[in-house]
Each structure stands twice: as structure tokens, then as C-alpha cells.
Design a protein around this ligand. Structure first.
Ligand code: ADP
Ligand code: ZN
Length: 729
């Protein structure tokens, strides 16, 4: 029986805490307990029994255990503590980030048995014609019996439909305890027959599934990567000696954007599927978390934080769209879910497949160094051909709502052919700048170094950095003239111009403003899926993973921002965007076209992208990074400080830079320099970057600097953070 325990507390401090275990209390690592801290009582998590004794400390007693089993199993706990050290984030915050909110607060962790719904009949004859949606739900359950409420929801049905069917005894419910009843349809449903390239990839992955092995699956959009994931999962389950306890993890950037992908997995794996994303409510979270913790056999498809779930036996891991920036948490515990997924696969001794049409340079570097195995799918599956990509030079061409004449002509041709158009523009709102034509002053945010964006739908000016919002003034606040004009274009303006030019064609604007409500995006995309001619105008959201078979023309309104970005990843992100937006065009039988508007039509990278060969562009970008000693050829850590004045922020960072010069002179410091938006929400932000060829010395230094800052106890008005492997600068 342990005499002392080391615990993690949900506190922003980089340390663990020791307590004495009272006589007769039996604790295990991973268990939640109540402990005193000062005058408070907190929920803590046991990470170690009988740790090496700390000198000269009198330990307080553990108050009571919250349950008699570990809420965090060994592997997950080990992952989180490793991540805490790697990302230099307080261990307590890392550990508690992996618990559903209810459990963080100390609520009991009885694991509620999830409910599975089955049809109680084999046909829908008993339903009247009026009950159309009920009939659809029943039909769906007959096809895919054994669904949880969250999979039912994600298929587009709701609880009241289910309740109506239940009242008529047309469906019945079973709980997770009855394992025979809830087992997934087995063996899994057969799918399309794989083409040769897919076969080759699959069998090459299958050669080595009993040990940790990362695979990088480069496959152009529509080449059948998802089909490969599904087959791989089936194969792993078929080969597994104990499929009734096998778990798999599939990470995706954003589920709400791609209900089709989820539906495809559900068709194959039925009630084995579990879903995890930010739109789940507290109960759904606790239930799914519990299913995972109980070791139920499942394939969990989820966004970033799904990688922190308490899996007990992973047999494989998939990371789809591995290049996507949403895998990196930008606040607080700044982990990369892709990198943690690889760590998990290593722990579990299983394969991990990273898939993308536009792999990150990090992953290509790993493939180049032999750490990842590279597989290629270079042709579209099914009948679709590759899109034809062209640049439109917009120098000295008049633009209307950001659209050049040749692009407008192509839109017209496409609509006439009853096909769909997708236009990408990187700003939401109507106009990014409102400027006085008398004195030339733009209207700026009172709290940020940024201009306010004009939103026409509610006639408001908004700051996209701090959320500040104000009515559009009639007169220029600077000179008092009534000469304010909206300049430049956002999605709203392009939408308006298109509506005027193509009054008979639906124009659908897809951005954060138009898709705030849950389910709104799905609703908006209905006509798109039905294949009617329409024009989609949108931001980043549109470039992600959708399958729109009737889109045959894709346009990028402005490619130049990425070419001249101050972030060294700008060109990489632009190349990915061009290929991803292009990948939305011509996915079905018809060949698509992609038009890119630029002032740099002679730019070698843009021209090479038009050849459709992302890898060759990416290898060149990687060579440039190596030549410039930039990641992924080197490693980077950012320290950021924000405070009430730029001077305060820079002073802290200057001290930090001095400290580096004194303790690790071989590690160069870039900065301190102000952030790109130096003042945000009234706070002044600056950073330094540390960079080194090798991880261990950089890591040691980072650790020392964190200790230093933590002990220094900066005034409360100053806040600092550390970002290991920063993804945006
Ligand atoms: P990706 O994930 O690479 O974008 P998908 O797996 O979604 O590609 O496949 C693109 C389209 O081609 C889908 O509609 C899919 O059903 C179809 N498809 C995939 N593999 C095959 C195949 N072997 N034969 C016929 N159609 C296929
Ligand atoms: Zn602002």
C-alpha cells in the first residue's frame, strides 16, 4: 500500500504535488482524489505512487478517492505527461484537458451505458405518408441497425423523430451492457473493388502491422484515400485476434464540414463508430468518453482533442488531411494532434497512416529521412480526370468584386452548362477596409493595429482580431467629410456582385458568418449536393475535404498574399490551398477547370502548381527551407509576451534573450520583435524565436526559460506563453 502519492492539480504551474496517503486508503495511478491545497479542496489525479521523497516537506493527507479505478489508463496518462514535458505546458492542465468537463469538476465517473437503437420491424408500412422523416429514420435504422443518438444526429435526424418511432414501438433501445446485441454488423459490408494503385498501397501497409510504423499516404484529391482507410480498418479488425476489444482512431480536421465522410464510415462500421468533436454536448461527451474508457470495440472518428481520449487498445491510427492547421492547438496546451497521434501509435505498437493530397513539409521531411514510408495515389479513382489549372494575370485588368473578365466569362459558361462553380476568397465580410476618400484615412480598430472590416448584412464594422463591433459612421472620424468608402473585397462583396450578374443562379456564401448555427452549413449545401447549377463563394472552409460532384470550375481570387507572407510557411500554405481548392473541381465524370488570379503570373511555383504536381513543388520548398535552416530542417520554439505596453513586453523578452546568450550561446535568438498584429484587444504582443538543429539542447533551454519565467513571477498585467513547434508566427 502506497504511503505517498504524486498528483497533478488543475493549476497553471509546471509542477506536480505530493501528498501522504492515510492508513488503509488504497490508491492506483490514474485515479482521481480530493486533496487540500491552501484553504481549498481540489480534484487531483494520481500520477505516481511512492515518489522519491522531497526533503524538508511536511505532506498533507489525501482526503478521499473519487472512485476506485483509474479514470486515465496508463498509456493515456503517460502520453499526457510526455506531452506536458514536450510542449512545456503545466502537467495538471494537460492531464485535466483529457477529461470531460464534468469529470474535471469532480462529478462521479460512473460510466453511463450508451443507448443503441434498433428497428423493431423490418419495413416501414405502418407509417403514414405524412410521417416522411420518421419513415426515413426507420429506413435508415433498418439498413444500419444499432446506432447511438450521436450517430443518429450526425445522420441528420433528431431525438423527437426517434421518440415518435419509439412511442409507436417501431424502434427499440438496448444499452451497452448487452454486448451481443450491440456488436457491430459483422463481417463488414463490402465496398467498391479497389483499383491497382489502392491495392498496392494497402498491401504495402499490411506487410507490417504488428509494429509501430508511420505511413505517409500522398494521394491527390479523389484518388481514393478514404477508401484505403476504410479497407485498412476492416483488414485490421479481421486480422485482430480479439476484435471485441479492438479500438481505432481516425482524426479528421473538422467533422461538421464533412458529414459525407462520416456517413461513409458508418455505412461500413455501423454501431462500431463513435464520434468526437466540439459540437457535442456535455452528456454526449461523457458517454463517448466512457465508451472509449470502458474499452468498447469502436472506431472513433474525431477532431483534434480525440487524440487525448483514454483508448485501451489501439490497433491502428489514421490522420486524414494531416497537413491541416487545425491539428495544432493555438492556445493553452499547444499540442499537435498529428504528432501526438504518432506518439500513440508508437505506444500501441501499431501503424499510423497520415493521408493528404498536400502533405506538410514536416511529414515529407520525415518520409525523405526514412522515418515515414511514402505511398502514392496519383490518379483519381472512378472516372474523374485531373482538373486543368491556369493562371489569370490580373495586372492592369479591371476587377469587379474581385473577379476578372476571363473568370466571369468562365463562370457564365459553367452555369450555362448547368454545372457548379466554387470561388475561394480569403476574407469574410464585405470590404476589408473602409477609407475616407477625402483625407485618405482608413477606419481602424480602437483596440488593435488592424483595420475594421465592413459587413453589409448588418451595416456594421467589425474587427476580425478582437471582435470589436461598431456601426458604420456617416462621416469620416478624422476629417468630418461624408466621404467614407468601402475598399477591397470580402466574401460578401463578391457574393453581391455575383448576385447582380447572375440573378437566376443561387449564390451561396460559405464563411464563419453564414454558418454560425449548428447544421446551417449542411442545410446550405443541400442544393449543391443535389447538383443544381449554383455558385459557391467562401473562405478556407470550402477548401476542406468536401465532395461536390457537380463543381467543374474552381477559382482562387487572389493567390498573391501567400507568396509574400511574412510567415515562412506562406508559400507552403498557398500551394496546399491551390491544390485543395483545385481538388474540389471535377470530381465526378466531367473534367474540371481551376483558375487562379494573380499579379505574379511568371512566378515559378505558381506555374509548377498548374502542372498539378504538388510533390515536386513541395520537395523544392523543402530544399529552400533546408538551405535557410528553417523547420522542418531545424526545430523552433517561440516565447510570446503580451502586456499593457510594447516596452513592457519587449523588456521581458530582452531579458530572456540575454539569458539565452549567457546559458546557451550556440542557440541563436531571433527577435524580440513585435507580433504581426502588435496590438490586439488593447494588449501589446511580442515574441522571440529560438532555433536549433537538434531537439534536445533546444528542449533543455526551453525548459530552463520556462522555469525562469515561472519563478520570476511577472506582474499580473504581463502574460507569457511558450509554443514548441509553432505553426504560425
Ligand atoms: P479521397 O479520400 O482521396 O479524396 P475517396 O476515397 O473519397 O478519395 O474517393 C473519391 C471518390 O472515388 C469517391 O466517390 C469514392 O467512392 C470513389 N472511389 C474510391 N475508390 C474507388 C474505386 N476503387 N473504384 C471506384 N470508385 C472509387
Ligand atoms: Zn480589434
Amino acid at each position: 500500500m502506497a504511503q505517498t502519492v504524486r498528483v497533478a492539480l488543475p493549476r497553471p504551474v509546471r509542477q506536480l504535488f505530493d501528498y501522504r496517503v492515510p492508513e488503509g486508503m488504497d490508491l492506483v495511478p490514474g485515479q482521481r482524489i480530493r486533496v487540500p491545497l491552501g484553504r481549498q479542496r481540489l480534484t487531483a489525479l494520481v500520477v505516481e505512487l511512492d515518489p522519491p521523497e522531497l526533503p524538508n516537506v511536511t505532506l498533507k493527507d489525501v482526503e478521499s478517492p473519487l472512485e476506485d479505478w483509474p479514470v486515465l489508463p496508463d498509456q493515456t496518462r503517460e502520453l499526457l505527461l510526455w506531452a506536458s514535458r514536450y510542449y512545456q505546458h503545466p502537467p495538471g492542465e494537460c492531464v485535466f484537458a483529457a477529461l470531460p468537463p464534468a469529470l474535471r469538476r469532480g462529478a462521479p465517473a460512473e460510466l453511463p451505458a450508451p443507448e443503441y437503437w434498433y428497428p423493431a420491424t423490418a419495413h416501414t408500412d405502418d407509417l403514414s405518408a405524412q410521417a416522411r422523416r420518421q419513415r426515413e429514420l426507420l429506413q435508415w435504422l433498418i439498413r444500419y441497425p444499432g446506432q447511438t443518438i450521436s450517430t443518429i444526429r450526425s445522420a441528420g435526424f433528431n431525438r423527437s423523430l426517434l421518440k415518435a418511432l419509439h412511442e409507436r414501438d417501431l424502434v427499440r433501445m438496448a444499452t451497452g451492457e448487452d454486448i451481443n446485441e450491440t456488436a457491430a454488423p459483422w463481417p463488414p459490408a463490402p465496398g467498391v473493388s479497389l483499383n491497382d494503385a489502392q491495392h498496392e498501397v494497402l498491401s504495402s501497409i499490411e506487410q507490417n502491422t504488428d509494429a509501430f510504423q508511420p505511413h505517409l499516404l500522398f494521394g491527390i484529391t479523389g484518388s481514393g484515400k478514404t477508401e484505403v482507410y476504410i479497407r485498412h480498418l476492416q483488414q485490421r479488425l479481421v486480422d485482430d485476434p480479439e476484435p471485441e476489444s479492438a479500438q481505432a482512431l481516425v482524426l479528421v480536421p473538422e467533422i461538421s464540414l464533412t458529414p459525407q465522410t462520416l456517413a461513409r464510415f458508418e455505412q461500413h462500421f455501423g454501431s462500431r463508430m463513435a464520434v468526437w468533436h466540439s459540437a457535442l454536448n456535455a452528456t454526449e461527451r461523457l458517454q463517448t468518453w466512457s465508451r472509449v474508457r470502458r474499452g468498447e470495440p469502436l472506431i472513433l472518428i474525431g477532431t483534434r482533442s480525440a487524440v487525448l481520449l483514454p483508448f485501451s487498445r489501439l490497433i491502428t491510427v489514421v490522420v486524414d488531411e494531416e497537413h491541416d492547421s487545425s491539428y495544432k492547438q493555438m492556445e493553452g496546451f499547444r499540442y499537435s494532434a498529428r504528432d501526438l497521434a504518432i506518439y500513440r501509435a508508437r505506444q500501441s505498437g501499431c501503424p499510423v497512416i497520415l493521408g493528404s493530397a498536400t502533405p506538410s513539409l514536416e511529414s515529407l521531411h520525415n518520409a525523405g529521412e526514412g522515418r515515414f514510408r511514402l505511398h502514392r495515389l496519383t490518379e483519381r479513382a472512378g472516372s474523374a480526370g485531373l482538373p486543368e489549372t491556369r493562371l489569370i494575370d490580373v495586372r492592369s485588368r479591371p476587377l469587379e468584386g474581385g473577379l476578372s473578365r476571363p473568370l466571369i466569362d468562365q463562370i457564365e459558361t459553367t452555369i450555362k452548362a448547368e454545372e457548379q462553380v466554387l470561388l475561394f476568397i480569403n476574407r469574410r465580410g464585405f470590404s476589408p477596409v473602409v477609407m475616407c476618400f477625402e483625407c485618405g484615412t482608413p477606419i481602424e480598430c480602437p483596440h488593435c493595429d488592424a483595420r475594421l472590416t465592413y459587413h453589409r448584412f448588418d451595416n456594421c464594422l467589425r474587427c476580425h482580431h478582437c471582435g470589436h463591433q461598431q456601426a458604420l459612421p456617416r462621416k469620416c472620424p478624422e476629417c468630418g467629410e461624408e466621404a467614407l468608402n468601402a475598399v477591397g473585397q470580402g466574401t460578401e462583396k463578391t457574393e453581391t456582385v455575383l448576385q447582380q450578374r447572375f440573378p437566376d443562379t443561387p449564390v451561396l456564401r460559405i464563411d464563419r458568418d453564414s454558418t454560425r448555427r449548428r447544421g446551417q452549413l449542411d442545410e446550405m449545401l443541400k442544393p449543391v449536393r443535389e447538383g443544381q447549377p449554383c455558385i459557391l463563394v467562401g473562405t478556407q472552409m470550402l477548401a476542406k475535404g468536401h465532395d461536390f460532384p457537380a463543381v467543374t470550375l474552381a477559382g482562387i481570387l487572389d493567390a498573391d498574399g501567400g507568396l509574400f507572407s511574412s510567415d515562412f510557411r506562406g508559400p507552403e500554405h498557398l500551394a496546399q490551398l491551390v491544390m485543395q481548392v483545385g481538388g474540389r473541381s471535377g470530381r465526378a465524370a466531367k473534367t474540371g477547370r481551376v483558375l487562379i488570379q494573380t499579379c505574379q503570373s511568371g512566378h515559378p511555383m505558381l506555374n509548377e502548381l498548374c502542372q498539378g504536381d504538388y510533390l515536386s513543388v513541395a520537395w523544392k520548398l523543402l530544399d529552400e527551407r533546408k538551405a535557410a535552416d528553417l523547420p522542418p530542417a531545424t526545430f523552433m520554439t517561440a516565447f510570446r509576451v503580451e502586456g499593457p505596453s510594447m516596452e513592457d513586453s519587449l523588456t521581458v523578452l530582452d531579458e530572456l534573450a540575454d539569458k539565452v546568450a549567457a546559458t546557451a550561446p550556440d542557440i541563436p535568438v531571433l527577435g524580440p520583435f513585435p507580433a504581426i498584429i502588435a496590438r490586439k484587444a488593447g494588449r501589446y504582443r511580442a515574441q522571440i524565436l529560438l532555433q536549433h538543429q537538434q531537439r534536445p539542447p533546444l528542449h533543455r533551454l526551453t525548459n530552463q526559460l520556462c522555469q525562469y519565467l515561472e519563478q520570476k513571477r511577472l506582474p499580473a498585467s504581463l502574460r507569457w506563453s511558450v509554443d514548441v513547434d509553432p505553426q504560425s508566427l
